[in-house]
Write a new protein. Sequence first.
Lengths: 168, 737
Amino acid sequence: MEISLTVNGAQHRLRLDDPRVTLLDALRQHLGLTGTKKGCDHGQCGACTVMLDGRRMNACLSLAVMHDGDAITTIEGIGTAEALAPMQAAFIRHDGFQCGYCTPGQIVSATAMLDELRQGWPSQMSADLTAPQFTDDEIRERMSGNLCRCSCYPNIVDAIRDAAEAPA
Amino acid sequence: MPDPIELTLRHQMNSRDERNLLDHTVQGIVGSPLDRPEGPLKVRGTATYADEDHPPGTVYGWLVRSTVGKGWVVGLNTSELRAMPGVLAVIRDDRLIRNPAQGQAGKAPYQGPAEVFYKGQPIAVVVAETMEQARDAALAARAQYDDRTDKGVFTPERASYETPPKKQATQGDLDKEMDAAAFRVDLEYTTPTMSHSAMEPHAAVAWWEDGQLKVRGSYQMLKHNVEELADALGISPKKVRILSPYVGGGFGSKLGISHEAVGAAIAAQKVGRPVAIALHRRQVYETTMRRSESRQRVRLACDRDGQLTAVGHEAWVSNLPGERFSEPVTQATPFTYRGENRLIGHHVGRLNITAAGSMRAPGEAIGVPVTEAALDELAEAAGLCPVELRLRNIPDKDPTTGKPYSGNRLADCLRRGAESFGWADRPQPGTRRDGEWLIGMGMTSAIRVNMLENSAARVTLAADGTALVETDMTDIGTGSYAILTQIAAEVLGLPMDRVTTMLGDSDLPASSGSGGSFGAASAGSSVMLAAQAVRDRLAERMGCDPGELTLKDGTAIAGNRQRQIVDLLAGDSLQGTGEIEPGTTSQDHRQACWGAQFAEVAVSSVTGEVQVRRLSAVFATGRILNPKTARSQCIGGMIFGIGQALHEEVMTDPRDGGFVNRDLAEYHIPANLDVPHIDVEFLDDRDPYANPMQAKGIGELACCGTAGAIVNAIANATGKRFHHFPVTLDKVLAKLD
């Protein structure tokens, strides 16, 4: 079977001989985009976070064949070597990573998360469900699907706050 | 390009470092909170880990694993599997290993997949064209067993324990003093099996070129890993090259060669193509390494002035039959506090459960929180402030050996930490409330032994004034790329962007590798020595003594003379090799890393949930090479402690030893919302006995004690004591009124 997948703005015709290929493995093994990481393959760690039409999702929990015609954004589509995205620069400045393995997922997740917050999506930490505020606890709650065993969490929170406050 | 001029500087630590070179260089890079140089690669997803950058034609392997807890494999449906789509080979080979090599083993672990020692043990490898096909075939594998599960030992209660004579020690008469002392505690604690749970699962890609084996893998100590893999395969270490440029976390789980490397190497030989084996997360839990569970008995006694007179610490841990490693739980106990009557006990039980190995601070990580929790109970019994009890018991010299400390800053850490945390505001136990939440404060000392290992590095100063640092050292998130670049730049007087660091290739000079918190000190010292060899030659070319030379921003200065380094090089490149070796200062002096940690918790009186509201630490651990990466190591270690105190516990099935919670949804490492703001302060410190940089280990120290501070805070909040880690909601609820 063949599917059409737009990844980071570029359209790919992807020939899949096996319906069991996950979106994550399609990205990593078929398209060579290894920035998206496999930490658990079970939707538990968030290392494989990508955006589907701007919304974050775990690429390991979805089969590639389900995404014919979809537009995916991966870490490779965020910032460039010459001009890092503010979120990426903030992660470096605040040392929001150590081993770096969960980092692409953290950055994609944080990028989409800020958009969710701007659109007023509430979370468990929202005192007012109709108007969530931009607090550290909101960041912590909304980023708790992205595990980091090096445990850079305080630095990740600092980086996200910094990036969110940076001029767009 | 002409060959570089080769220079060598070797140093064995047989005496106190008097030169203190890094306090006399002026580039201002060492000690600065600089960003990691590899940061742009990591935030863009272009740093390549083990299961990436496959050679063309790579095929995939998947481990077949035992479904019984003990016995023998007597058959496998190989021909059925062989007929499945895409399957290239089904491999049962006597060279497959039972469990990963222990850290610094330098030889193969126990080999032979026929005898099963634990449930989940790899017994075969299936190779197929695609990962999906290999996985499918492995899941369809049906082994026949001579099943001896009924003879297995799966719980500590049923284990028989060995008591190695060399691991026992007594001084004075502990029993007698326990009866006589004014105040005493005699307590038993348990800590569970834990999992490293590094974010990158173990993976290896192996391929053969002209009889040479190349492996991209996720390993911490390449010089040992090459020897282990070569030994497992029965080939010369000279034929093995391992590449680990980026390692997605280790914490000890990747110290030794593991199933995926041996399996991929054998498979690549058999199918004649590169083979990639990436362990599934559940395989990581069940087949790599665990931290042993422990049972610990702590006996402490003090006189009316709060002077410790008895210190007893006994531990029962476990491992697979034949494994030499056993978690050195009592490691810090002999040298931390006073007491004339002492007893150390160490007992190892043999269990048919996944091998136990080193996990971040093996020993102190589970020993210190327990002794520090017991001290908290003694302080309460004696009516003393816990900080004061510790301050009254800091010895002048190692109370067990009589050796001097290389430096002991524990008192400074305790005083400074208590002040900055606001310890004076600690409530009486069980008296402070915030709505449904009971609030408490607790503290701990943080103690971890300091080590130095053989390490070598090469620093090449090219004719254009740029430098290249090369060593097989790994960066497992610890900041090796940052600090090694900084050290070379500092000693050579170059800006950071003129220095490049290459790591993680076993063809480069052999380093200590990453482990035991000795990586920065060992590999860093070798880089410093290599750069110093180059610097000494520059001094010669300046016509001055090395001590009179100043190097800054590419300029050499001696007295009132000044020349550009590139002019001094005059077209030459200088290549320094530096080698550090441990020496007598490791034996003559008790070297340790020191700290104090403070925690504030809130315990829900309704649900029993514990939230850590504040964590604060002060560390004195020699020179801090990079305060930014050092702080990250410390907060990471302290958060390890949150997991240890509150969440983390591998549960095993008492019927067959299988891991019940074997993935990241069931084994609960801390998540972002579990973690509060964390304060970390470093005292200005130097340890001239440690190494020529006068730096010490950090990454493990930070987790040695944290869980103790948290359980002590829970006791302060609730007025109840908890002796079984982790302190989960059910345990709290059962004790709340």
